[in-house]
Design a protein around this ligand. Structure first.
Ligand code: KIV
Ligand code: NA
Length: 265
């Protein structure tokens, strides 16, 4: 299989074939996802939550995102590696956004970048796209704006916010974005937005009519014990499995069962 590109993503939407996306932050997990045929691996700034243990995504830096992204790029042969630009690295001006985007592309080898927001940052997005860097938008519950929203509840339930989201999505498409992530919005709104765009919509908590789906890999693996909103499907219960395994390891070390004859030189 050759490398998935942003053209492949457009083709999948045109064909009506759904697009699979999962996050990854490190080499080992990214390698498995790549071999499983996940089309897009998102190096999300959710690393701030699931890797670093922060309550929000705001603290993660561009340098830290570059480290995660370069680890994922080295692991993949097939997947398109999409990387979040972190809070504070692209909102200030088109020049700032351009500089951050170029650093990420040069230093990590990422294939495309994701930025949160619509019309407010459209000039910044255009400047990045003009440099030949593919951009994916992100609308709805955009976690970098959590202090504005005040809650992690569903966005765009009211008409005014829904109309703004539709206008933002149109603006992103016109700016040349190849896709947009729709996070935690009513399924009916996501359906309407998806039908109105030729670029792909990738949903998370946005219903089954999006062109693709994304989950945070730690949630997908059941590695996060304290976070289970209804849009998450846990395909494994890794927290429980690791808990049992680590408990067994402690016992085996203490009893002298590990290492055995075959496990030493
Ligand atoms: O950072 C992230 O994991 C994301 C997805 C939830 C879309 O942006
Ligand atoms: Na993100």
């Amino acid at each position: 299989i050759k490398r998935i590109t942003t053209s492949t993503i457009k083709e999948l939407k045109a064909k009506g074939e759904k697009i699979s996306m999962l996050t990854a932050y490190d080499y080992s997990i990214a390698k498995v996802l790549d071999n499983a045929g996940v089309e897009v691996i998102l190096v999300g700034d959710s690393a701030a939550n699931v890797i670093a243990g922060y309550e929000t995504t705001l603290p993660i830096t561009l340098d830290q995102m570059i480290y995660h992204a370069s680890s994922v790029v080295r692991a993949t042969e097939h997947a398109l590696v999409l990387v979040d630009l972190p809070f504070g690295s692209y909102q200030g001006s088109a020049d700032e956004a351009f500089k951050s985007a170029v650093r990420m592309m040069k230093e990590s080898g990422a294939h495309a970048l994701k930025l949160e927001g619509g019309i407010e940052i459209i000039d910044n997005i255009k400047k990045i796209i003009a440099a030949g860097i593919p951009v994916c938008g992100h609308l709805g519950l955009t976690p970098q704006s959590i202090n504005k929203f005040g809650t992690f509840g569903v966005r765009a339930k009211e008409d005014a916010e829904a109309e703004k989201l539709i206008a933002d999505a149109k603006a992103l498409e016109e700016a040349g974005c190849f896709a947009v992530v729709l996070e935690k919005i009513p399924a009916a709104l996501a359906k309407k937005v998806t039908a109105s765009l030729s670029m792909a919509t990738i949903g998370i908590g946005a219903g089954d009519d999006c062109d693709g789906q994304v989950l945070v890999v730690n949630d997908f693996l059941g590695l996060t014990k304290d976070f289970k909103p209804k849009f998450v499907r846990q395909y494994l219960k890794l927290y429980d499995e690791i808990l049992v395994a680590a408990g067994q390891y402690v016992k085996d070390v203490k009893s002298g069962n590990f290492p055995n004859e075959q496990e030493q030189y």
